[in-house]
Design a protein around this ligand. Sequence first.
Ligand code: ATR
Length: 282
Amino acid sequence: MTIHGNTKVLGLIGDPVGHSLSPAIHAIFAKDTGMDAVYVPFPVSADRVEEAVKGAFALGIQGLNVTVPHKQAVIPFLSGIDKAAADTGAVNTLVRTEQGYRGYNTDVTGFLREMRECGADVSGKTAVMLGAGGAANAVLTALLSSGAEHVYILNRSVEKAEKKFGAFPRVTVLPLSGFWKLPEGRHFCVQCTSVGLFPNTEEAVITDPLFYEKVSLAIDLVYRPADTKFMRLVREGGGKAANGLFMLAAQAAESYRLFTGREVPEETLQTAMRAAESAGKV
Ligand code: ATR
């Protein structure tokens, strides 16, 4: 692409950012929607978040995505924050306004779209989450806003999960080994830990086959490799499984819409997802 005097600059701040697939995804969005924009990864250390946000604003950067570990740390330096981001307690998208950047969380929208893509319907039903780290916040917000009757969060450290999510209505925290306490039947399950991520491709957060007899449909937020050990265990237990690639593309599309006002067509979303899949191939 060629950069002109008026090319809009979008970007990503986090630490690290070198592995990110977002630049490739946003390049496809810009090309397909005819937008003169570039998307640049900026590595920012934890002690320079304030400088980075203020500096980016001073430089006229149109919008930024925020990734680990700054999703909470950016909040004090924003001019405002959207409700979904406030509910989630994390911001992954900064949109330029006259007063400063406004914070949004497009992981929630991205996950809701992934659920729709997979045919997941949790309204009035039980849902299960594995893990209570950074990725779990948006998933829990999405599940509760979709009308899940109850969400069981299974985590290695019960204390950590209790501290974060124990006070939420309709939420129960259990240890990983406590899956036998789940209600009868099969449930929708979301794998929110980083277990199984390349290069640890033979690991899964729970390996007991009895757990997988309780899973109807599962989404593994891990997408590298595209077919994770967790997904294989779900299928072996008789359930269906998808990875988090669609969520990755969908959250990016929502950020792009907020940055530019342009909708990403469905076809472009699919192209971006395939590109992300081949870029992330191991
Ligand atoms: P974050 O997403 O906040 O950066 P993380 O350290 O990557 O945090 O952990 C995300 C989730 O994966 C947590 O639920 C973590 O469990 P703990 O709260 O008990 O630390 C879970 N996790 C990470 N490695 C794990 C492992 N080897 N076995 C089980 N759970 C694990």
